[in-house]
Design a binder for this molecule. Structure first.
Ligand code: FES
Length: 372
């Protein structure tokens, strides 16, 4: 007798389950809500994945291997996915970049637990083999072009290593024969991620792999000390003007590279991805945002008072979908039907009617109506 998790149920009869009758019978939980009771991976549309391996590369990170269900359509190295987990009865979503090669049917996520990170702490502390999470399809255009450039420089810091590790592993799987320099910044030698694999790649001569430690001096395995500077660049990639360069990491690292590339007049050859805001946030302005925000579909109106639309919605007890909460993933985008908003990342102000706005980075300026 096959169990509910065998292949036949992994691909549910979509036509039947997407029918109006099926939707009517399963309201308000939806077809996928009921399928999830049979098997957490079973869904007509949702991408869900089961944790099949958990390991810790450093004290504050966890590396999870995930096997997705049949709805997953794959990713290109460098892209990210929104990961949704339930914590204390509420669903929370954040974005993470897979670190594995794009040829793999699995997903590998290396997550750094941030002190105030609800999702990252939950995954670090609670994810076990068998845990099921909900994913988006892959998003983002921080990817390697085809045909591949003949010279690549990949620079990362902290957990920003994941999209670049994916690129490196993808190139390795493709037997790429161009030249790659991979430069990882970490605080101390204990924070260096994927050390053994990178050492092995370097030993085989496949890629030029370098490590820079920003806090620890006299570490024998460090090639460089301190933060990124032109001296580092001259030491590892004096030919950087001939390379396509990809960088992901903390804002100071990204800004330092951007400054050097701009100085050299080759800014178009630098490709950057960050999961923290790359520009300083404009401080929310309580005076400028006085007014009423109406969430029309919910029939709720609240005083604006300097918060973002997402904060106001959540403060009113609504649970709009959100992910990065910093204007990257677009998960929180909803229609503003009237009123003026200010983007607190760019500072731009918009009074257009019926426009899609990201709730997490837009602050009302006066009365605003949102279709939520
Ligand atoms: S939550 Fe990612 S853009 Fe708003």
């Amino acid at each position: 007798m096959p169990s509910p998790s065998t292949t036949s149920l992994r691909r549910p009869p979509r036509r039947l389950l997407r029918s109006r009758l099926a939707r009517a019978l399963t309201t308000p939980h939806g077809v996928d809500g009921f399928l999830g009771l049979v098997d957490p991976l079973l869904a007509t549309d949702d991408v869900r994945a089961r944790v099949t391996r958990v390991r810790h590369q450093s004290a504050d990170t966890v590396t999870l291997t995930l096997t997705p269900n049949a709805n997953w359509t794959g990713f290109r190295s460098g892209q990210f996915v929104n990961v949704t987990v339930e914590v204390d009865g509420r669903r929370h979503t954040r974005c993470f970049s897979p670190a594995g090669p794009e040829q793999s049917g699995e997903l590998e996520l290396t997550v750094k637990a941030k002190p105030d990170g609800i999702v990252s702490r939950h995954l670090h502390d609670s994810a076990r083999v068998g845990t099921v999470v909900t994913l988006s399809q892959a998003l983002g255009d921080f990817t390697l072009p085809r045909p591949r450039p003949r010279r690549l420089l990949l620079v990362c810091g902290g957990s920003g290593i994941t999209p670049l590790m994916s690129m490196l592993r993808t190139l390795e799987a493709e037997r790429y024969d161009g030249a790659v320099t991979f430069l990882q910044y970490a605080c101390t030698s204990a924070d260096v991620l994927y050390r053994d694999e990178l050492t092995s790649l370097a030993a085989r001569g496949a890629f030029d792999v370098r490590t820079a430690l920003t806090r620890e001096t006299d570490a024998p395995e460090a090639d460089l000390e301190g933060f990124f500077c032109r001296d580092h660049l001259n030491a590892v990639a004096p030919d950087h003007a001939d390379a396509e360069t990809y960088v992901c990491g903390p804002t100071p690292l990204m800004d330092a590279l951007a400054a050097v590339w701009a100085e050299d007049g080759i800014g178009e050859r630098l490709h950057a991805e960050s999961f923290v805001p790359t520009r300083a946030l404009v401080a929310p302005d309580a005076d400028a945002s006085a007014g009423t925000v109406t969430f029309a579909a919910s029939g709720i109106a609240v005083d604006a008072g300097g918060a973002t639309l997402l904060e106001l919605a959540e403060g009113a007890g609504l649970e709009p979908a959100s992910g990065c909460r910093m204007g990257i993933c677009h998960t929180c985008t909803r229609d503003k039907t009237s009123g003026t908003v200010r983007n607190i990342v760019t500072g731009s102000v918009s009074d257009r009617e019926c426009e899609a706005v990201q709730l997490c980075v837009n602050q009302p300026v006066g009365d605003v109506v949102v279709d939520l």
